[in-house]
Write a protein that binds this ligand. Structure first.
Ligand SMILES: Nc1ncnc2c1ncn2[C@@H]1O[C@H](COP(=O)(O)OP(=O)(O)OP(=O)(O)O)[C@@H](O)[C@H]1O
Ligand SMILES: [Mg+2]
Length: 385
């Protein structure tokens, strides 16, 4: 037996010895003299999070916001008074738009980093709220002690199969600091995982005619196109989710820049960022066509027709996209409703094209684009409360 074990036995034996009244008195006196360990009060918050590959969307106690899903591990000190900055251990991070003005290595959620850096997207959401952390810092009683947060989380994720990975990442992130104050964070609930697009499914449930047992959700996000089927019940229950990863809006914009490059316009370079904002501002003309205007220097180019070419290539060149859209059409043909959501569906030229493609030759198709498709996946969770 090792020396350590021997010592352990000796200590155990002492514990079994009867304690005299005098010993008891002196030990209680010692205890009452010991100062109580003072801690700051815990602050409870409700956080809904959809850390998408294009934008991280969040609702904190009813306040909703979003930031581009990009972060930098910043080399050097963090600026203070700027949104989205915090530290974990000795590493400094900045998330969202602020990364444009800081040096460091870029990490994008789009590149298979949605789950791997879930803790960064989560703390990034807290740090992107204009007042939340600053108010907690100001209001805590013991300035030298950490601020304490209890988070009730609802997390949207397609990767429910990665449940354990998600739990491990979240359990491992207990402490971070914000503008010099240490925060201790605890996630209070275990049942935080919801299927991606669940908010839209909850919203859809309000619109479904009586007697329909099943409905579907088509989610066109920044990175992924997903087709999900739900069973109607007190709450919608996901039956099946088919994602086409890497085939969301970013793929459409990729096809668009290739299609545009085929048209020889001298030295014009089409920036993806500008193409995205041109698409977001697409307008329906009286002719039924959509106008998409791209600004280059002093010139304004009309690229609406090229967008429709790019969309048909997106389908014809990606068999999985064609398969998912065929699933939509088959469901419509069977008389089942399909609800379209995701940021891509907020772009009128894209949404109209998809509606036309899926509904071709189907009489009375039940295909609906939900209101606020760019945020309903998350904000629709409010129907659960
Ligand atoms: N108001 C808007 N704000 C931001 N993006 C918008 C808006 N309207 C349309 N979009 C488009 O929506 C896309 C992002 O959609 P969404 O936020 O649903 O994706 P995501 O959830 O981040 O990605 P994924 O679901 O693939 O992980 C962007 O490519 C953008 O072009
Ligand atoms: Mg999404």
């Amino acid at each position: 037996m090792s020396e350590m074990n021997g010592k352990a036995i000796a200590t155990d034996t002492r514990v079994l010895e009867p304690i005299t009244a005098k010993e008891l008195e002196s030990s209680t006196a010692k205890q009452s003299r010991k100062p109580a360990t003072r801690q700051n009060k815990t602050i409870n918050i409700n956080l809904d999070l959809d850390a998408g590959s294009s934008r991280a969307k969040f609702v904190i106690d009813g306040w909703s916001g979003s930031y581009p899903s990009i972060f930098k591990e910043v080399s050097g000190d963090l600026p203070s008074g700027i949104s989205g900055c915090f530290s974990i251990g000795n590493k400094n991070y900045a998330v969202g738009r602020v990364t444009n003005s800081l040096n460091g290595e870029v990490v994008e959620a789009f590149k298979d980093n949605k789950i791997k850096f879930l803790h960064i997207w989560l703390i990034g959401a807290l740090a992107n709220h204009p007042d939340l952390l600053a108010d907690i810092v100001d209001d805590r009683k013991y300035k030298g002690k950490p601020a304490r947060l209890k988070v009730t989380l609802r997390l949207l994720s397609l990767s429910s199969s990665k449940r354990n990975d998600i739990a491990k990442i979240l359990q491992g992130t207990k402490t971070f600091s914000f503008e010099g104050t240490v925060f201790e964070m605890e996630i209070t609930n275990d049942n935080y995982l919801y299927p991606e697009g669940y908010g839209c499914a909850l919203e859809a449930m309000k619109l479904i005619p009586q007697g329909i047992p099943e409905f579907h959700v088509l989610d066109l996000g920044g990175g992924t196109l997903t087709f999900s089927s739900y069973q109607v019940g007190k709450k919608p229950k996901a039956i099946e989710q088919t994602p086409a990863s890497g085939n969301g809006m970013k793929a459409i914009i990729e096809s668009l820049s290739i299609a545009l490059a085929r048209v020889d316009r001298g030295g014009i370079q089409y920036k993806k960022e500008n193409l995205e904002s041109a698409l977001r501002n697409s307008k329906l003309l009286e002719s039924g066509k959509h106008s998409v205007k791209y600004r280059h220097g002093t010139e304004t180019l009309e690229i609406g027709d090229t967008v429709t070419h790019a969309l048909s290539e997106w389908v014809s060149e990606m068999p999985i996209v064609e398969r998912l859209l065929t699933k939509v059409s088959q469901a419509l043909l069977n008389g089942q409703p399909v609800y379209a959501t995701g940021g891509g569906m907020a772009i009128s030229i894209v949404a109209d094209w998809i509606v036309r493609y899926c509904c071709a030759d189907i009489t009375n198709p039940q295909f609906y684009i939900v209101e606020n498709p760019q945020e309903i996946n998350l904000t629709g969770l409010s129907n659960l409360a």
